[in-house]
Design a protein around this ligand. Structure first.
Ligand code: SF4
Length: 341
């Protein structure tokens, strides 16, 4: 039996048609689930009794549950327990322009980025769509406010769970559901080229962010094993095609690791690599963890790197540091929970 939060509006309409019911019932169900936030078929009073019975027999309404929340003024970090006992996490960030959430897409991750806490915990499985949708619903009900934007950048490589992620986007983007605009949704990938190409042909207004983190193959190979499968040059070539096809700007994520990728030479090399491309670089101060050997670059080094990119006419920002005091680097809360068990 499927969880109903796995269903896009179109799939639900198809279901109703398949049982000879009018397809507008799907919108009524969406209204109960996503607007009124009722997750009990018995309470869906505008649905006739026999149909409610049919829904009870064919759909689950199970929810993952919040098991821990770490709160700070600008950031909340949520640890969720899935129905099978696995843990995932999401981070809420409060910006001047609204609430943004970073959701997980897998239990663990197989990409093995050396600086990443989630990469230490190998992939156990992909998240089902409902497990990603419910991260948003539960956080909204905790803060009693709306989530305005979504970044798929928590635990996991979203393009390694491509179909469920596309379905998730379809659901949260629905004007009859949570109605989060496509331009307010960002997928962050470490660079799975075949999936970037597939995504580029979907004609979605969703943003793409690339975890680049290095200006050349030598450094990238040493911190991101995925680079051995899809080299930096192939990735940049693919991004050029993506930008040409979609006419959309791509975000380049670059985590600043002390003495690894943060020299002036590295900044110059990165500028050459990205020259003339419609990208902006997001420099991320590294969240140090107790388990991983990397250190964060110091402030002056980050500013020097930033200035060098600027001088070379690359759009660049430095990400505000969110929640290093509450383990907001991806995988950290879950890793701690895992250690306790
Ligand atoms: S940085 Fe992202 S892709 Fe890399 S191991 Fe961590 S979760 Fe996976």
């Amino acid at each position: 039996m499927q969880n109903i939060y796995n269903y896009s509006l179109i799939d639900l309409e198809k279901y109703f048609e398949s049982i000879n019911e009018k397809k507008f019932k799907a919108k009524q169900i969406y209204d109960w689930l996503y607007i009124k936030r009722i997750n009990d078929f018995n309470l869906m009073t505008n649905i006739k009794k026999e149909l409610r019975q049919n829904l009870k027999e064919n759909f689950k309404l199970d929810f993952i549950k919040i098991t821990k929340i770490q709160r700070s003024p600008l950031t909340n970090k949520y640890l969720f327990e899935l129905l099978d006992g696995n843990f995932i996490e999401a981070v809420l960030m409060r910006h001047d322009y609204g609430n943004s959430i970073c959701v997980s897409s897998q239990v663990g991750c197989n990409m093995g980025c050396k600086f990443c806490e989630s990469g230490r915990l190998k992939k156990v499985r992909n998240l089902e769509t409902y497990e990603i949708v419910e991260q948003i619903l539960l956080v909204e009900s905790d803060i009693k406010e709306r989530i305005d934007s979504v970044v798929i950048m928590g635990i996991g490589e979203p393009f390694d769970n491509y179909n469920n992620i596309m379905n998730f986007i379809n659901i949260i983007n629905s004007p009859y559901g949570t109605n989060i605009g496509a331009r307010h949704i960002t997928i962050s990938t470490c660079g799975l080229i075949p999936k970037i190409k597939e995504f580029m042909n979907c004609n979605l207004q969703v943003n793409l962010a690339i975890s680049l983190h290095a200006p050349n193959n030598t450094i990238r190979n040493s911190i991101m094993p995925v680079n051995k499968a899809y080299s930096i040059n192939e990735l940049i070539e693919c991004l050029k095609q993506y930008i040409e096809k979609t006419n959309r700007r791509v975000t380049i994520e670059y985590v600043m690791l002390n003495n690894v990728n943060d020299s002036i030479d590295n900044a110059i090399e990165l500028s050459h690599l990205l020259k003339g491309m419609n990208v902006y670089v997001n420099l991320i101060p590294y969240n140090e963890t107790s388990n991983i050997i990397f250190e964060k670059s110091n402030k002056e080094t980050i500013l020097r790197f930033y200035d060098t990119l600027k001088k070379n006419k690359i759009n660049v920002t430095i990400r505000r540091e969110f929640g290093s005091n509450i383990d907001a680097a991806c995988g950290q809360l879950r890793a701690k929970e895992g250690e306790k068990i």
